[in-house]
Write a protein of this length. Structure first.
Length: 153
């Protein structure tokens, strides 16, 4: 059971939607150990993690023509964000029913204010909450990735 807010732009992807075939898994960073609104204002933490990035496997990078440190656009039906690619063997494709399924690792901490600024990862995820306490619970969802910058810059 979930709590879903019915608002414009809160669309969900179909199961196995070919437009959004990649799993996006969100997480926190040790260097930004608090919520982004607290940690991105601290100069010493902003220096350690100055810019939004996403972790992708070498296999996904090769498939999409992305090199380490390239800008990428990550998208869902709800929006798109820009990040730097961190190509790493830490991320590995899954084999599910004989099909390769890629995953993107995406930390939460950036926003439009503070010293360490960047796009807001929540712009990608659906508005859905835990039914008991209404805390946002979209930790894993699907999306897509491509090389480039928002606005074609």
């Amino acid at each position: 059971m979930t709590k879903i807010w019915a608002v414009n732009g809160n669309e969900y992807h179909k199961v196995a939607d070919p437009d959004y075939p990649i799993v996006i898994s969100t997480y926190r960073l040790t260097e930004h150990h608090l919520s982004g609104t607290m940690s991105r204002w601290l100069p010493w933490l902003a220096e350690l993690m100055p810019e939004l990035f996403c972790e992708i496997s070498p296999e996904l990078a090769a498939e999409k023509g992305i090199k380490n440190a390239d800008y990428v656009i990550i998208s869902t039906k709800r929006g798109e964000i820009e990040a730097r690619a961190l190509v790493t063997k830490r991320m590995r494709p899954f084999k599910i029913d004989g099909k390769t399924v890629h995953e993107i690792g995406l930390p939460w901490h950036w926003g439009w204010q503070g010293i360490a600024k960047g796009d807001v990862v929540n712009n990608l995820s659906a508005l859905v909450g835990d039914p008991n306490v209404s805390i946002h619970e979209a930790k894993v969802f699907t999306g897509n990735i491509k090389a480039g910058r928002k606005g074609g810059v």
